[in-house]
Design a protein. Structure first.
Ligand code: HQG
Length: 175
């Protein structure tokens, strides 16, 4: 990944997930930003080509372009309240949450909380969860009995990029 792509990706994540007001941008209730406006207000140099390249090359498919091509939003990871329009669906038998060893005591006490984000993030495979956990320290992967939770009325969502989302996971569901 070249430097401008990585920097632009980080900038877009920050603006579209956490702080659109940092550049005076407004998102609509579904989290979409007008691409022209975003480019005009961005405080780093972004061209249309660069923006499309970031979207196309994002390893985690972090961003989506609207069908009319005019808007962009983050697929998941928001701390601001946005309505992604996701419907609860049946998850696989198990999903994985990657975290760091240093959080375990608190997690066992309080359950998994979304912390600064809108949802707790889960992965369908252990490898991804390990990488997610590594961002915070020595990784630990928790196996979540997703299908059983779903059968007991807990709502699971899947973002457009495949990441699984849930509001919270009470401690008694954890291994
Ligand atoms: C932990 C990245 C103490 C939780 C990734 C996690 C993901 C608790 C941390 C996406 C806790 C929050 C999200 C409790 C949860 N006590 N710690 N009760 N409950 N935690 O970054 O899941 O590359 O907000 O285990 O790949 O690490 O940015 O969430 O360790 O998909 O696209 O609190 O962000 O994607 O950390 O990562 P985060 P996450 P991008």
């Amino acid at each position: 990944m070249t430097r401008p792509i990585r920097e632009t990706s980080k900038f877009l994540s920050y603006i579209l997930r956490h702080k659109p007001d940092a550049i005076g941008l407004s998102l609509d209730p579904e989290g979409w930003a007008n691409i022209e406006e975003l480019i005009a207000k961005a405080d780093i140099p972004i061209t249309h080509d660069l923006l499309y390249e970031v979207v196309a090359t994002s390893d985690k498919k972090r961003f989506a372009i609207s069908d009319d091509g005019l808007s962009i939003r983050a697929n998941q990871g928001h701390s601001i309240q946005v309505n992604l329009g996701l419907e609860a669906i049946e998850p696989p038998e198990v999903l994985y949450h990657g975290t760091a060893e240093r959080f375990l005591e608190s997690i066992r006490e309080q359950g998994l909380l979304p912390q600064n984000r809108q949802y707790v993030h889960l992965s369908a495979d252990k490898e991804t969860a390990t990488k997610v956990g590594q961002r915070h320290g020595k990784p630990v992967v928790l196996t979540i009995p997703a299908l059983k939770m779903h059968q007991q009325g807990h709502n699971f969502f899947q973002a457009q990029n495949g990441v699984w989302l849930i509001q919270t996971i009470e401690a008694h569901w954890l291994p």
